[in-house]
Design a binder for this molecule. Structure first.
Ligand code: SF4
Ligand SMILES: [Zn+2]
Ligand SMILES: [Zn+2]
Length: 305
């Protein structure tokens, strides 16, 4: 297979675009697509201070690398959730730290255990599903670090496969409220929040993996989060991949056409209350994160008595 642009050996065949590309032209195109998403969806300005949430995986590290290559001022945030199973948190933290060190980038490490005295798995004990608790913890920490660090925007490594599967999940349940809020840029609706952006939303998982490989990024490849097994999102991604195999380009069409028409979905404006414990926006008197913390501490006290 030869590169469609220079006839050198191709490293990837993008059937959705009828394009085969060599290493050099693939990287060039990858960066063009990231920049296109930034401009098309007004994700950030050249002067924005960006905080990239990095997990040690391919997507977030590829995003951090690409933003830096494009000349954006991007620092990283690694949230150490304290997942000890399979040494997951330690290994992924090391990958993020090594990446930053090798490139001379600034990485902020936030340990949930050190800060709150409890790890994420301890916070979820006896309560909700682990990924939903994890989401609450990560959102809270990202908002806090972005605010305290004076960042303008928070970036995450969600790729096209992630976005298309979330969209499919929302539509299968006709969850119009969530569909209305799904976007490459989610605006901040409170002064303590920062906009959240997804510059990789037009690139597939295959493209981010190839980019990471070609750019020599050492990421947690073998190891998945031990809590991810059996997640519905994996089944939805597989279903979309089967459709994509049959009709290349469907995933991109599904997502970009949704973005064109998403105004048909409406969501309620969130209430502008503030949590009486941490001061961040909240639907009730305490935000979901502080409720988790309180419950876990009460459980701990009961055990000690
Ligand atoms: S898969 Fe792991 S890291 Fe991802 S949300 Fe679930 S618990 Fe958190
Ligand atoms: Zn080429
Ligand atoms: Zn709170």
């Amino acid at each position: 297979m030869r590169c469609s642009r220079c006839r050198e050996q191709a490293v990837i065949n993008l059937r959705a675009h009828r394009l085969a590309l060599c290493e050099e032209h693939f990287v060039e195109r990858f960066l063009e697509v990231v920049e296109r998403a930034i401009r098309r969806y007004s994700l950030m300005r050249r002067s924005s201070r960006v905080l990239v949430a990095v997990s040690g995986g391919k997507d977030s590290l590829a995003l951090w690398d690409a933003l830096t290559e494009l000349g954006y001022r991007a620092d990283g945030l690694y949230i150490d959730l304290g997942i000890r199973r399979q040494d997951y948190s330690r290994i992924s933290r090391e990958k993020a730290e090594r990446f930053a060190e090798q490139r001379g980038l600034e990485l902020r490490v936030f340990s949930v255990q050190e800060e709150y005295g409890l790890s994420m798995p301890e916070l979820r004990r006896g309560s909700r599903e682990v990924c939903s608790v994890c989401g609450i913890v990560k959102r809270h920490v990202m908002n806090r670090v972005a605010l305290e660090g004076g960042y303008h925007v928070l970036a995450t490594g969600h790729n096209l496969d992630d976005e298309a599967s979330v969209l499919l999940s929302n539509l299968l349940r006709w969850n119009t409220e969530l569909a209305a809020r799904q976007a490459p840029r989610v605006e901040a609706w409170h002064e303590k929040l920062r906009p959240k952006v997804k510059p990789l939303c037009l690139l597939t998982e295959k493209e981010t993996a190839t980019y990471a490989l070609v750019r020599g990024i050492d990421y947690v490849s073998e190891l998945e989060c031990p809590f991810s097994a059996g997640a519905t999102s994996i089944a939805l991604k597989e279903a979309l991949n089967r459709i994509e195999e049959h009709s290349p380009g469907t995933k991109l069409y599904f997502y970009t056409q949704f973005l064109k028409h998403r105004r048909i979905f409406r969501s309620e404006k969130p209430a502008k209350r503030e949590c009486r414990s941490c001061g961040f926006p909240s639907a009730g008197e305490l935000c979901s994160f502080c409720r988790l913390l309180l419950k876990s501490r009460l459980r701990g006290e009961k055990r000690d008595n």
